[in-house]
Design a protein around this ligand. Structure first.
Ligand SMILES: Cc1cc2nc3c(=O)[nH]c(=O)nc-3n(C[C@H](O)[C@H](O)[C@H](O)COP(=O)(O)OP(=O)(O)OC[C@H]3O[C@@H](n4cnc5c(N)ncnc54)[C@H](O)[C@@H]3O)c2cc1C
Length: 425
């Protein structure tokens, strides 16, 4: 088994980018070279803004080339929770934003001709307990009644048309979601941003920001840069260079295994419509087929940031889970295992805003493929217009811990709490 990211092996990675000379001054410095940063840079450059993307590793190195490649409708929280928390009007606005994000993603991929195995596969949520199936049914009813949105409920007896597994108690089918190869997509997005005139700088970690006049001086691992504005797109990898955001984002590891390509008859029998699938647990599993017919099966062992020790443990747990869900995959070769870090705000909502003159977009909680792209774009538009405060996600309370060090004890508690909830609820 290779401890490497399968998706990154499907293309020349890191993407071969045009060499860019190091500037002394830019209009906007973007920190982080994933979907959010690259999409923002593309939009800014399209509008004549002089923009540099500073990435600590290779461009696309973070969650954007490691994820499940599921571009989903909706948010991490169900519409039932959104309505309870924010009221129906605002919940509608948030849900609608997720649909706009998918439309935008699809249009961008088409316009830029990005070959990323885009599929109109839809997604399937599967219930691990009978009570979860009732919740999914209520969700479908609420989506139809209050959001005018056509999802479909499947009782246990009808699940066989979607998935060859006996372990689930019902499901929700949503035809709108998309599947793609995340590394191919982020590489294509990087090239698209560069074509528009954005300058991309891999291996430039921002170590410190200093206020200078109306702008900033950024101290990076390879030189300094003046910028009028700074836009942060560092998601789960946000570090001590941005202490006010580091205290707000919990970095949570997630892991994926990929089997070797499965015989066509077998893969079609498992998920005949090639849906993107995830279950209703807190320690959830998510899985799908790759374009070359591998089972891509993800989940997590604990709520901690990614590490080598947890990687091996996760590979073992994920194989066991995969074989439990699909007994037909017992003994199949697992060729790859890798991990990445997700970005969770304490309220599990994405956040856009500006603090201390530094703007940001992050906190996608596992929904960053379409959201990262669209948040980058819409935040860039709002920055240009000076109207970031009007962004639909700009006014949600964005709670900070008193110290970034408290994130780890909190994650230990969350690991135990969610394990308990999965047992009893
Ligand atoms: C295993 C896994 C599976 C997932 N599955 C899905 C899925 O199926 N569907 C979905 O919608 N979402 C999924 N996600 C979430 C999604 O991948 C992310 O939300 C999205 O990629 C975030 O994009 P981003 O550009 O904001 O951040 P990232 O792509 O994480 O990029 C942030 C970058 O910032 C850089 N950085 C950090 N600090 C600094 C600094 N000081 N200086 C310079 N650079 C810095 C990092 O090196 C990193 O490359 C998954 C995530 C993981 C980890």
């Amino acid at each position: 088994m290779k401890a490497r990211v399968f998706w990154q092996e499907t293309l020349p990675f890191p993407p071969p980018l045009p060499e860019a000379e190091w500037p002394t001054r830019v209009d906007v410095a973007v920190i982080g070279g994933g979907y959010t940063g690259l999409s923002a840079a593309r939009t800014l450059a399209q509008n004549g803004v002089k923009v540099a993307v500073l990435e600590a590793n290779e461009i696309g190195w973070g969650a954007s080339s490691r994820n499940g490649g599921m571009a989903l409708t909706g948010l991490k929280l169900s519409v039932q929770t959104l309505v309870r928390r924010y009221g129906i009007e605002f919940a509608r606005r948030l849900f609608d934003f997720s649909l706009q994000a998918l439309d935008y993603l699809e249009k961008l991929i088409q316009e830029e001709g990005i070959a990323c195995d885009l599929e109109h596969s839809g997604h399937l949520i599967v219930a691990r307990k009978p009570s979860h199936a009732r919740d999914l049914q209520t969700e479908v009813e609420m989506l139809a009644r209050d959001f005018g949105y056509p999802a479909r409920f499947l009782a246990r007896a009808g699940l066989g048309e979607e998935i060859a597994s006996e372990v689930y108690h019902g499901g929700l089918v949503d035809e709108r979601s998309l599947g793609l190869n995340p590394a191919r997509y982020v590489a294509g997005l990087a090239l698209a941003a560069a074509r528009q005139g954005a300058k991309l700088y891999p291996r430039r970690r921002v170590m410190r920001l200093e206020r200078q006049g109306n702008g900033f001086l950024l101290h990076t691992s390879q030189g300094r840069l003046q910028a009028e504005k700074v836009f942060v797109a560092t998601s789960g990898y946000t570090d001590a260079a941005l202490p006010h955001l580091q205290r707000r984002i919990l970095p949570i590891g997630s892991y994926i295994i990929a089997t070797s390509p499965l015989p066509e008859a077998l893969r079609l029998s498992l998920i005949p419509r090639r849906r993107m699938v995830f279950d209703t647990q807190h320690y959830l599993n998510y899985f799908r087929l790759s374009a070359d017919g591998r089972m891509i099966f993800g989940g997590r062992a604990v709520f901690f940031p990614e590490s080598e020790r947890i990687l091996q443990e996760s590979a073992r747990i994920l194989r066991k889970e995969m074989e439990y869900v699909f007994p037909a995959l017992r003994g199949v070769e697992v060729e790859y295992v890798w991990g990445g870090t997700l970005d969770f705000a304490l309220d599990q909502m994405p956040h856009v805003g500006e603090e201390e003159g530094i703007s940001y977009a992050l906190g996608y909680a596992g929904h960053g493929v379409a959201f990262g792209t669209f948040f980058g774009h819409t935040a860039a538009q709002a920055l240009i217009a000076g109207r970031l405060r009007e962004h639909p996600f700009a006014n949600l309370p964005f709670t900070a811990l008193p110290s970034a060090r408290l994130r780890f004890p909190l994650l230990v508690l969350a690991s135990l709490w969610y394990r308990w909830l999965d047992l009893v609820a």
